[in-house]
Design a protein. Structure first.
Ligand code: NI
Ligand code: MN
Length: 228
């Protein structure tokens, strides 16, 4: 069974399975590069990696309109419920996993920071490892490079999605090292070219990955999909 992964710009992704639409880190209406508007998104599941504006900007509006179930850490779920009336949440924390309607969600380490747009404490930032129909997709989300990525990769990844923007997250060199630790079948770069501080040459990065690592790098334009 195939899974379609669409980059909506920046760090926002829509993962479509036969019966489910999973939205990651919705930042659409305020994003300079988004390929969709928040009002157009249909999803039954939402994942939020951390509290920064460029990952939660449209979370409340989409969660309220769709009634989707939101998976995030405990602190962000509390904020969504207490401050915004989003009650359909599943609170998790680093290293934990839960069964979802479409498969399994594990919350993985991320070395970054996390606070919500109103200054509220947002707990620890995270990545996500999804197991869907026996396929494994890893979203590193906003993070530095860390050696435990090798253990995440040991599970056998069909796809890894990595930030390459530098400045706030891994840059191209660190992300290249991450590919070697993760050894995914496919890798998609994200979190670049949204603003000048994170401008990168994704095609050059993908060429290096294709030539010097075992993964197949796929550079998407906002709105484009990869089927895994
Ligand atoms: Ni961030
Ligand atoms: Mn970010």
């Amino acid at each position: 069974m195939s899974i379609s992964v669409t980059w909506l710009g920046h760090a926002t992704f829509l993962i479509e399975t036969e019966n489910h639409n999973i939205l990651l880190d919705p930042f659409l209406d305020g994003s300079p590069t988004a390929s969709a508007k928040a009002a157009d998104i249909e999803c039954d599941t939402m994942l939020i990696s951390h509290g920064h504006e460029d990952h939660v900007a449209d979370a409340v509006s989409i969660a309220k309109r769709t009634g989707c179930v939101v998976y995030s850490n405990f602190e962000i779920c509390q904020w969504l419920g207490n401050k915004h009336g989003v009650e359909n949440t599943v609170a998790m924390n680093l290293g934990g996993g839960v069964a979802a309607s479409f498969g399994r969600i594990e919350m993985t380490l991320a070395h970054h920071s996390s606070s919500l747009p109103d200054g509220s404490y947002a707990g620890n930032p995270a990545g996500f490892l999804l197991t869907i129909n026996n396929k494994k997709i890893y979203f590193a989300c906003d993070t530095a490079l860390f050696s435990e990525m090798a253990m995440i990769g040991a599970a056998g990844l069909d796809l890894a999605v990595l930030p390459i923007g530098d400045c706030f997250t891994m840059g191209p060199d660190a992300a290249f090292e991450a590919v070697k630790l993760l050894s995914p079948r496919f890798v998609i770069p994200c979190h670049y070219n949204t603003w000048p501080p994170i401008e990168q040459d994704a095609a050059a990065w993908a060429k290096r990955v294709d030539e010097e690592a075992t993964a197949d790098a796929k550079v998407l334009s906002p709105g484009e999909s990869l089927v895994v």
